[in-house]
Design a protein. Structure first.
Length: 405
């Protein structure tokens, strides 16, 4: 471990670094500068910022090493606040990992009067007996196999916590894909295909036609969707047409366990696929983006939204009419999801079936929600995201005793 000495070097923070990346700034010079600082005057804030820069530049392995070094020296970080005055103090419990490992609170609180304190908890660094002063505790740790012991430990530690706790760890622990589909199975207006967790050997047996595909679950049939357990952002996600394609998939992916579900064709009448990213804040739905694509696997950044005036116009219309349109149409579904999941803040990636049901792709507490898109191309997003951020701040305020500052 690097011999790190505490210094007053301020943290740049994820929000500012991500904003630089989104605006096209080359982060390589900053990375070089941070490496120089880490060599001449090593401190945890510099290493944490360097870790973020490395992640944004695609060097995940080295980034996580830098992060681990930083956390071992200093578990507490204070991202910069933009306002002169802070009225709410939020302490967020974080886990080690990449940009998908925790709720990205820095984006949600970028312009708020909120002091955010990040406290990293790992198997080697348990929850400190004394945390920095705070008004609200927010559990930002993502559900994953690696994090399950940590979430279980926090459930015990936070059982009698004196300050309000948002997104309790016991509820986050239910967010695996196979558990979510079970929890939402009987929710009115919701369609989420059965998702099962399957070991590699079982899938190999199916790919070799030794075992029929229907052994997976009751209505299993090709095409199926396969992805490695704990993968995100489409990594290793493929639609499999038959046993031969499954065999090719397994040759290309060496993971030990996978999630498998049926593929649902959710194309609209215009022949396009549409994926909505929605957050529930105290049960109320807010749209954050609508990705429109010719391909079934939609990621907003590669859906061609910036290149298509028509797609942006449709997203703008949906955002403008969301509260009286989509949110009302699926109000029973959103209410049921909120009741079953029991989280104060929750993200949903979804579409619509041809029959008009809410088709759930994923439910997660750590989806990236931001206002970083270029204003000149996406002017309609700023008002919508301000609604999201205002609601998030109000949730924090509501959690405080008597809801007063």
């Amino acid at each position: 471990m690097t011999d790190i000495k505490p210094t007053p070097t301020p943290l740049i923070g994820l929000a500012k670094l991500m904003r630089m990346a989104f605006s096209g700034v080359d982060l390589a010079p900053l990375g070089t500068e941070l490496i120089g600082q880490a060599k001449t005057n090593p401190n945890a804030n510099t290493l944490m910022d360097l870790s973020t820069v490395l992640q944004l530049r695609g060097n995940r392995g080295l980034a996580l090493l830098m992060q681990a070094d930083a956390i071992a020296s200093q578990p507490v970080y204070r991202p910069p606040t933009t306002g002169d005055q802070t009225n709410i103090r939020v302490c967020a419990l974080m886990s080690a990992g990449d940009l998908m490992a925790n709720t990205p609170l820095e984006f949600l609180l970028e312009d708020a009067d909120v002091a955010l304190i990040l406290v990293y908890v790992t198997e080697y660094q348990p929850l400190p007996a004394q945390l920095p002063d705070h008004d609200v505790l927010f559990v930002a740790i993502a559900q994953s196999d690696d994090n399950m012991p940590l979430l279980k430990s926090l459930e015990t530690s936070l059982a009698s916590w004196q300050q309000p706790v948002l997104n309790p760890p016991a509820r986050i622990a239910l967010l695996s894909r196979d558990q979510v589909c079970g929890l939402l199975k009987s929710v009115s207006g919701v369609m989420m295909p059965v998702t099962v967790r399957v070991d590699r050997h079982s899938l190999e047996q199916i790919s070799q036609r030794v075992v029929p595909i229907k052994s997976l679950f009751e209505d299993a049939d090709y095409p199926i969707i396969v992805r490695p357990v704990d993968s995100h952002a489409g990594q290793g996600l493929e639609k499999i047409a038959d046993a031969k394609a499954l065999d090719y998939y397994l040759q290309a992916h060496t993971d030990r366990e996978f999630y498998v579900s049926r593929f649902i064709d959710y194309r609209g009448r215009d022949g396009l696929f549409k994926k909505y990213r929605i957050v529930l804040i105290e049960g109320r739905p807010f749209i954050c983006h609508l990705g429109i694509s010719e391909h079934w696997m939609i990621h907003y950044l590669n859906a061609g939204m910036a290149e298509s005036v028509g797609k942006r116009a449709e997203e703008a219309r949906v955002m403008a009419g969301f509260d009286t349109g989509f949110a009302v149409k699926h109000s029973a579904a959103f209410h049921g999801i909120n009741e079953r999941m029991g989280l104060d803040y929750l993200g949903i990636d979804c579409g619509e079936t041809p029959d008009g049901e809410l088709l759930i792709f994923e439910v997660d507490s750590c989806m990236i929600v931001h206002a970083l898109d270029p204003v000149e191309l996406f002017p309609y997003k700023q008002p919508q995201m301000r609604k999201v951020f205002t609601a998030f701040r109000q949730m924090l305020l509501n959690a405080m005793p008597h809801g007063v500052l």
